[in-house]
Design a binder for this molecule. Structure first.
Ligand SMILES: Nc1ncnc2c1ncn2[C@@H]1O[C@H](COP(=O)(O)OP(=O)(O)OP(=O)(O)O)[C@@H](O)[C@H]1O
Ligand SMILES: O=c1ccn([C@@H]2O[C@H](COP(=O)(O)O)[C@@H](O)[C@H]2O)c(=O)[nH]1
Length: 238
């Protein structure tokens, strides 16, 4: 029997990853593939919590640069993550996974509010919990929400599923010569301003000794390999 290295995980799904090769929104085929990867680790008996990003729909910072009030733009960004959460939940339903969405901003007719104890209960019942609306506060990111909810849920590891297969010496999308790290300390990632995850999220993980793995959601089987404790992506630790 295959044994997972972790009992409970927090998966941060990049909003942009949901676009696939499209320039905006949610690509159905990509979404189905991601759900199949999550279903595989759920079948191993691993409890899965998800924090979903919103970069495929709206980023507060981008609109603030164009003159919009930053807090207003950030609330719009958080609402974008609620849309992604609903789409993910629906894709999970179609893929045979039972999930619940909890939102840090109240949208009561649509999803339930974040209630820590209830979320933990769902996880214990084997349901996937999708956390929407980030931290519920402007000026933060869903990466920070991932670290926060990961700590609150007492997960064994935070997994950042993104478009690149780990943490590199510089942004690999801009510099093809960038070198990938297999392992890295939080202090080094923060000191070198490695940008793959924001400094607030990295600091929260570091201060609470939360393990972090950055890996590509586009690499088939990568999530399963991370969960089995195999060498995949970049492991960031204290
Ligand atoms: N040193 C680095 N190592 C790896 N990736 C890096 C680095 N610096 C910048 N990046 C970039 O960070 C990006 C992380 O993307 P991702 O979409 O996960 O961001 P996000 O803002 O957390 O998500 P969202 O799309 O939900 O807003 C990658 O696309 C990668 O190109
Ligand atoms: O706690 C949070 C989380 C997110 N936001 C806003 O939402 C968008 C989308 O989130 P990503 O992390 O970029 O995927 C983000 O750009 C912020 O504008 C927030 O304000 N607070």
């Amino acid at each position: 029997m295959t044994t997972a290295a972790y009992k409970r995980i927090l998966l941060k799904l990049s909003g942009e990853a949901l676009m696939g090769d499209d320039s905006y929104g949610i690509n159905r085929v990509v979404m189905e593939r991601i759900v199949a990867e999550i279903a595989e680790v759920s079948r191993l008996g691993v409890q899965v919590a998800v924090v979903i990003g919103g970069g495929n729909i709206f980023r507060g910072m981008t609109s603030a640069e164009d003159g919009m009030d930053r807090a207003t733009a950030d609330y719009m960004g958080m609402l974008a993550t609620v849309m992604n959460a609903l789409a993910l939940q629906d894709a999970m339903r179609r893929g045979g996974l039972v999930s619940r969405v909890q939102s840090a901003l109240r949208v009561d007719q649509v999803v339930e509010p974040y209630i820590r104890g209830k979320a933990i209960r769902y996880l214990e019942e084997g349901k996937v919990v999708i956390f929407a609306a980030g931290t519920g506060n402007p000026f933060f990111t869903t990466d920070t929400a991932a670290a926060l909810r990961g700590r609150e849920m007492n997960v064994d590891i935070v997994l950042k599923a993104t478009k690149v297969d780990g943490v590199y010496s510089t942004d690999p999308k801009k510099n093809p010569g960038a070198i990938r790290y297999e392992k890295l300390s939080f202090d080094a990632a923060i000191a070198q301003n490695l940008k793959v995850m924001d400094a607030t999220a990295l600091t929260l993980c570091r201060d609470h000794k939360l393990l972090l793995n950055v890996f590509s959601i586009f690499k088939p089987g990568a999530l399963r390999r991370v969960v089995l404790g195999e060498n995949e992506g970049t492991l960031v630790q204290v």
